[in-house]
Design a protein around this ligand. Structure first.
Ligand SMILES: [Zn+2]
Length: 79
């Protein structure tokens, strides 16, 4: 089980709080909305989710699905 690396910061564009999650296999920080979501993986969306370990995947919302986050940039600045 990889150690989780996450921290909160303020988005420079929309000034909302975002959760940065590190993906160690890609060496990349991913910006997420901080609310936990439940989702089920799908081939092609309609949404993009991020696991607590920083893996990005396509999926749809589902009550009984896995826990993760939505990728931040999709609705950035729209509120
Ligand atoms: Zn933003």
């Amino acid at each position: 089980m990889p150690e989780r690396q996450q921290y909160f910061k303020e988005c420079r564009r929309c000034h909302r709080q975002i959760l940065m999650t590190f993906n160690p296999s890609k060496g990349q920080w991913i910006a997420c909305d901080p609310e936990i979501r439940r989702y089920r993986r799908t081939e092609d969306g309609p949404e993009t989710f991020v696991t607590p370990e920083g893996e990005v995947c396509k999926g749809e919302r589902a009550f009984d699905g896995e826990y993760g986050y939505r990728r931040h940039r999709k609705d950035c600045g729209s509120r």
